[in-house]
Ligand binder design. Structure first.
Ligand SMILES: Cc1cc2nc3c(=O)[nH]c(=O)nc-3n(C[C@H](O)[C@H](O)[C@H](O)COP(=O)(O)OP(=O)(O)OC[C@H]3O[C@@H](n4cnc5c(N)ncnc54)[C@H](O)[C@@H]3O)c2cc1C
Length: 437
């Protein structure tokens, strides 16, 4: 096991902590030893993935367990299309594992830098009303509990704990393997186009029902959106991928280099934001292409930002977004990053933001260097009034009391936590706030 002490920071540079010890175990046995030793010395334990959460869910002053040496394929069940992965496997590593097996993830978010265990533990999702978040595809998992014991949960073993363990916020133990239900490889046909905001809001639910995957971005201070509609195609279909040059221009020059330069200027000269947003929106071109699924879902995000995202009952999204627009106008907030709107199927994971309801997601962003103002606070109050549930890996101020009201199975989750981690070995201040102590 590799030992070192270093300050930890998350991707968005919103959080930092100084663990007492940083361990990178090479085996399940090492994870067990690490948890047992931490217990003996009275240290907390926190597993970490790629540190892409925007809040302090990954912070600890105890023992940090880095899963980067537990990566790759453990086992495959080709008949059922299932793969068992080491918990530290990154999403970007999956195509090289799954493609030769003829498999793919059923759905993905917009980046692939996360680990499979970090992404599922915080409820990472993509878009598409027929599809749940990544954690809904977990059919089995192995974790090391707070007692330092190895526990397997699957349809056949301890199945009553699966709805908690698949999306466990890192509160139940250190995941060492997860088994994912995959689908046969497929292509996505993507159409990206501009559309008026009011029209997209009027048609929001229908557009989501009509498409496999629908999402849109709205640049505040403009009247237009950028919509993205993806249709699933059999893998045998003829792909028409973006040329390397087109991808470079759109993703590197416009989404990263131009956006980075622009938001940097805007953070200094906020009065320029509305004009700059209108200019960016007008240069966004229509794109129509098809490619292997992961290449369409995933984009590169190199401009650093802070993010808050709330899950709402699907039908509440248009009204909530109109309220955000009115709020921005009323408070004269200058908002340089686009607001992102997505959707997901209802699911059965106890702490899933889409638990028992068809869900729409509204995500707001701020350039990481922008001085904090009341924008997130005001948007959060507005989204909570729509029975919003915060993304577990993004910025929010909710506590256990408020969250218990919106999660019908909250106390069931706490009961499983009491069984698997009665001494709160995996606690940190974030978990104390959102789950209680
Ligand atoms: C640029 C960017 C884009 C993003 N896009 C999306 C998106 O499209 N959709 C979306 O829903 N989210 C998105 N997110 C949020 C992100 O997916 C989540 O915050 C996710 O948790 C990050 O994964 P990670 O591997 O970095 O986890 P980390 O942030 O490292 O860890 C999150 C928590 O997971 C737990 N954890 C990690 N590994 C283990 C383990 N082995 N055992 C037990 N618990 C563990 C720990 O409690 C940890 O604190 C995005 C974030 C960024 C920065």
């Amino acid at each position: 096991m590799f030992l070192m002490i270093a300050t930890w920071r998350n991707w968005a540079r919103t959080e930092r902590s100084r663990p007492a010890l940083h361990l990178a175990p090479r085996s399940v046995k090492h994870v067990v030893q690490a948890v047992q030793r931490a217990r003996e010395t009275g240290h907390a334990v926190k597993a970490i993935g790629s540190s892409h959460s925007f809040n302090a869910i990954g912070a600890t002053d105890g023992v940090r367990i880095d899963l980067s040496r537990l990566r790759g394929l453990v086992d495959v069940d080709l008949e059922r299309g299932r793969v068992t992965l080491w918990a530290g496997t990154h999403l970007w590593e999956l195509p090289s594992i799954l493609t030769p097996l003829g498999l793919a993830l059923e759905n993905m978010g917009d980046i692939d830098r996360q680990t499979i265990s970090g992404a599922t533990s915080t409820g990472t999702h993509g878009t598409g009303l027929a599809f749940g978040g990544l954690a809904t595809r977990i059919v089995a998992a192995t974790l090391v509990t707070g007692a330092g014991e190895v526990l397997t949960v699957s349809e056949h073993e301890n199945s009553d704990q699966l709805p908690a363990m698949a999306l466990g916020l890192g509160a139940l133990g250190v995941l060492v393997t997860v088994t994912i239900q995959c689908v046969p490889r497929y292509l996505l046909h993507a159409v990206e186009a501009a559309a008026p905001l009011d029209q997209v809001l009027d048609e929001f639910v229908e557009r989501n029902r009509a498409a496999d995957h629908f999402e849109f971005y709205w640049f505040a201070h403009t009247t237009s959106t950028r919509t993205k509609t993806n249709t699933r195609l059999p893998i045998e279909s003829v792909a028409r991928p973006l040329s390397t040059f087109a991808r470079f221009v759109d993703e590197e020059l416009i989404n990263n280099a131009l956006l980075g330069a622009v938001v940097g200027v805007e953070s200094l000269v906020t009065s320029a934001t509305p004009r700059i947003n209108r200019a960016i929106e007008s240069v966004s071109s229509r794109r129509d292409y098809s490619d292997e699924s992961h290449r369409v879902f995933v984009t590169r995000r190199r401009v650093r930002f802070r993010e808050m995202e709330y899950a709402l009952p699907l039908a509440a999204v248009p009204e909530a977004l109109r309220e955000i627009r009115a709020l921005i106008d009323r408070q004269r907030y200058r908002v340089s990053f686009p607001i992102e709107v997505r959707a997901a199927a209802a699911d059965t994971l106890w702490l899933s933001t889409a638990y028992a309801r068809e869900t729409g997601y509204i995500a707001v962003h701020r350039y990481w260097r922008d001085a904090p103002d009341g924008y997130f606070r005001d948007v959060e109050a507005l989204l909570r009034a729509h029975d919003g549930r915060p993304h577990w890996g993004k910025m929010h101020t909710c506590d256990a009391e408020g969250l218990r009201d919106t999660y019908p199975m909250f106390d069931e989750f706490v009961r499983v936590r009491d069984q698997l981690d009665p001494d709160r070995v995996f606690a940190n201040p974030y978990l104390d706030r959102v789950l209680g102590q």
